[in-house]
Ligand binder design. Structure first.
Ligand code: HEC
Length: 136
């Protein structure tokens, strides 16, 4: 009897984890495609083929080597001297590597054309890239 109970508990935990992961991924998906409009530059399939009018040459996210932490960092801070925007509103006040907008001058990553994101949203979109694009 005790063993059955354990099996049922384990199965419920597994189901719940699966459900929770799927929730995070679909939250990230909505941010990528709608709220933050990453697809404008990175393409609907994340392959870097966004709208032909999108600025810069956006990376093919299937080929990224970045870890979760590094993805979060690029999304929050953007990439200096490129068109990759910073999605953390306060990125260049104090948060990104200690650089301020004044120090970076013209190299400061642009503001997003869509909207900035909070930490939870940035993590969700990074998890979406890991689950759906990276290495696939
Ligand atoms: C205005 C166009 C634009 C938008 C919008 C944009 N990106 Fe980018 N992104 C770029 C460009 C250009 C690069 C390449 C920078 C470089 O040359 O290193 C890049 C690079 C990246 C990288 C680094 C990949 C690697 O392996 O080095 C990640 C991750 C990324 N973008 C994610 C996102 C996410 C997530 C969003 C939406 C929240 C987004 N980008 C929105 C233009 C954009």
């Amino acid at each position: 009897m005790r063993c059955w109970r354990l099996i049922i508990i384990t199965a419920s935990v597994a189901l719940f984890t699966e459900f929770a992961c799927a929730q995070v991924v679909s939250f990230g998906q909505r941010i990528f495609h709608e709220k933050a409009d990453c697809q404008f530059c990175h393409g609907v399939d994340g392959d870097g083929r966004g709208d032909p009018r999108s600025p810069g040459r956006a990376s093919d996210l299937h080929k990224t080597f970045l870890t979760r932490e590094q993805l979060i960092d690029v999304i929050a801070c953007g990439r200096p001297a490129t068109q990759m925007p910073h999605f953390d509103k306060y990125a260049y006040e104090d948060r990104c590597g200690g650089f301020s907008a004044a120090e970076l001058g013209k190299d400061v990553p642009p503001d997003p054309h869509s909207t900035s994101l909070n930490r939870r949203e940035i993590e969700a979109v990074a998890d979406y890239i890991l689950a759906v694009f990276k290495g696939k």
